[in-house]
Design a protein around this ligand. Structure first.
Ligand code: G3H
Ligand code: 13P
Ligand code: ZN
Length: 309
């Protein structure tokens, strides 16, 4: 099995009423934790790389680690650029072997978003690479930019956007947000399933993507704080809402914050219990195991993609 695009994955996910997990990767332990879970569950996977991850770990290191994961697991794995913001970045990732890219023109005016997205689609498709576009804006922190309010996706724009750009999937804003603080303390988590339903009507059989979909699992936040962390109240997207979304046209669900929390909670606990340790393998082994357990829980309880590889 070689790296795959998202094309066939999304077709099967759409028809099967489940979603593929798109997990952000930054280093070897994260890649191993995710892919070990997926291997045990026989689940297809998207491993996504942000421009920050690419700066941190280097394109070639990440590609080679992901290629190693394909060899080790035999799973269908897509390697995807998360939140590409320029044609040049998307081109560099395509030329460097990514099988899927996101061009995020959501903060541009509608016509400018279309022009930029179309330019990326033309290049990507000429190389057999799939493209995710975005309409609407999520609240939250993304690449150090803090967006205060959601700009929900306008269903009246989606057909024109998809038709004119030729994108293979569309990220939408229905109330999810990036980071660990998605709702204010006391606020009831809510997603605009009415907007999603309207978009599904306008785009039959078309894969939809949800960003900002970590559940901010309370036991991890509690553990971070139990072992010296000082996180304020953090509230994510309830797992049952994501499960509901995964049964609809939503074929890709993005998860990063839950990985960060699982890893940090484990490392904090490790040092609290073993203050004398200084071999990175001693604290990175349980951190990798924590990621694996968390990803398994997502594949089984939330995404519904176990056994679909
Ligand atoms: O949506 C953003 C992802 O969580 C990636 O975050 O840009 O800090 O790597 P990053
Ligand atoms: P979370 O911050 O909810 O994990 O979202 C990650 C994401 O959308 C990456 O693109
Ligand atoms: Zn995102």
């Amino acid at each position: 099995m070689a790296l795959v695009t998202t094309k066939e994955m999304f077709k099967k996910a759409y028809d099967g009423g489940y979603a593929i997990g798109a997990f952000n990767v930054n280093n070897m332990e994260i890649i191993q934790g995710i892919t070990e879970a997926a291997m045990e569950e026989r689940a297809p996977l998207i491993l996504q790389v942000s421009s920050g991850a690419r700066k941190y770990a280097n394109h070639t290191y990440l590609m080679k680690l992901i290629e190693a994961a394909v060899i080790e697991t035999g799973l269908p794995i897509a390697v995807h650029l998360d939140h590409g913001d320029t044609f040049e970045l998307c081109k560099s990732c395509i030329d460097g072997g990514f099988t899927s890219v996101m061009i995020d023109g959501s903060h541009h005016r509608f016509e400018d978003n279309i022009a930029l997205t179309k330019q990326v689609v033309e290049y990507a498709h000429s190389k057999g690479v799939t493209v995710e576009g975005e309409l609407g804006q999520l609240a939250g922190i993304e690449d150090d930019v803090n967006v205060a309010e959601h700009a929900f996706t306008d269903p009246d724009q989606v057909e024109e956007f998809v038709g004119r750009t030729g994108v293979d999937s569309l990220a939408i804003a229905i109330g999810t947000s990036h980071g660990a603080f998605k709702f204010k303390p006391g606020q009831k988590p809510q997603l605009r399933f009415d907007i999603l339903a309207e978009i599904e009507k306008r785009l039959p059989e078309f894969p939809i993507v949800l960003h900002g979909a970590s559940s901010v699992i309370p036991e991890f936040v509690a553990k971070v704080n139990q072992y010296g962390g000082q996180m304020p109240d953090a509230i994510g997207i309830p797992e049952e809402m994501l499960r509901q979304a995964a049964k609809s046209a939503v074929c890709k669900i993005n998860i990063d914050s839950d990985l960060r929390l699982a890893m940090t909670a484990s490392i904090r606990e490790h040092f609290a219990v073993n203050p004398g340790h200084f071999d990175p393998r001693q604290y990175l082994s349980p951190a990798r195991a924590a990621i694996k357990a968390m990803v398994k829980r997502k594949l089984v309880n939330v995404l519904g993609c176990s056994g679909k590889a």
